[in-house]
Design a protein around this ligand. Structure first.
Ligand SMILES: NC(=O)c1ccc[n+]([C@@H]2O[C@H](COP(=O)([O-])OP(=O)(O)OC[C@H]3O[C@@H](n4cnc5c(N)ncnc54)[C@H](OP(=O)(O)O)[C@@H]3O)[C@@H](O)[C@H]2O)c1
Length: 269
């Protein structure tokens, strides 16, 4: 059997793998939570990381320092994706950094992770909040993909972080879940369009994960009721999601495209 250079050696534990060496990855919203864990995991496996953030410059820079101290390559790039010009700012800054540091402006892995939550039933949603949720969770990934497609190498990966809220009815996700569902629809059609370039496009659907975004998954009083709905009887941790993303980003995920991967430990089965 021929072994591709990006395969880990048989039996090698995932944390010592270098199978993403030579790959360049952009993770949006990588300053904290799930995005931070994804960036850490991809960097541990050898990828060069563009650590995108909005307001948390200190956290993004500390992650860059951590990756570089461990022998990896990373840089931070800021952009507010709730602003109309956010995607173009991010694209311009990313390409400039890549050109300056590495002499090219190509990437291999795009993880659209940045997101904002909104807990409100339809009768309580204000238009400004609706616009923000749609902008950050759907419009920004849409136009970021549009901007970066000419720079994404053949054989690359697009991984969109959605939510298991799209497959289960949570009335208080009246704007958030439809925004994520739109991202999933885009995932599906892009997988078809980009397959001829060897680019896979998938959506990962976290369930309740302990981050700043999910107050319930961090509140000791609310956790028992929450985990009663989860087959594996705990809330998710950012690393649970990051390992799935790393699998999809790696050569091992090469034959999966156009899929919605549930990453909830079996929430509301
Ligand atoms: N946690 C869950 O239970 C859960 C469940 C299902 C799906 N998800 C999805 O998983 C993804 C990550 O969520 P998380 O729980 O890790 O959230 P989080 O801890 O709140 O982190 C959100 C990230 O998105 C960035 N971000 C927020 N607003 C932004 C904006 N206007 N422009 C650019 N970046 C912005 C933040 O940057 P700054 O730190 O710089 O502000 C941060 O890096 C989201 O897409 C979310 O919808 C989460």
């Amino acid at each position: 059997m021929s072994v591709s250079p990006i395969h880990a050696a048989a039996g090698e534990p995932a944390h010592t793998r270098t199978d993403l060496q030579g790959k360049v990855a952009l993770v949006t919203g990588a300053s904290r939570g799930i995005g931070r864990a994804i960036a850490q995991t991809l960097a541990r496996r050898g990828a060069t990381l563009a650590v995108h953030y909005n307001a948390a410059a200190e956290q993004a820079n500390s992650l860059v320092t951590e990756i570089v101290a461990a022998g990896g390559r990373a840089f931070a790039v800021a952009a507010d994706l709730s602003r109309a010009d956010g995607v173009n700012l991010l694209t311009g800054r990313l390409r400039e950094q890549l050109q300056t540091q590495f002499g090219h402006d190509s990437l291999d892995i795009l993880v659209n992770n940045a997101g904002v939550g909104l807990r409100a039933k339809i009768e309580d949603v204000r238009e400004a909040d609706f616009d923000r949720v749609l902008q950050v969770n759907f419009k920004a990934p849409f136009f970021l993909i549009q901007n970066l497609l000419p720079h994404l190498r053949d054989g690359g990966r697009i991984i969109n972080i959605s939510s298991m809220g799209t497959r289960s009815a949570y009335p208080e996700m009246s704007a958030y879940a439809p925004a994520k569902a739109a991202l999933e629809a885009l995932t599906y059609l892009l997988a078809s369009q980009l397959g001829e370039r060897g680019i896979t496009v998938n959506a990962v659907l976290p369930g309740a994960t302990a981050t700043e975004l999910n107050v319930r998954a961090r509140d000791p009083e609310l956790i028992p009721a929450l985990i009663a709905t989860v087959a594996l009887r705990r809330v998710g941790q950012p690393d649970d999601i990051a390992d799935i993303v790393a699998f999809l980003a790696s050569d091992e995920g090469r034959w999966i495209t156009g899929q919605r991967i549930d990453a909830s430990g079996g929430q509301r089965l």
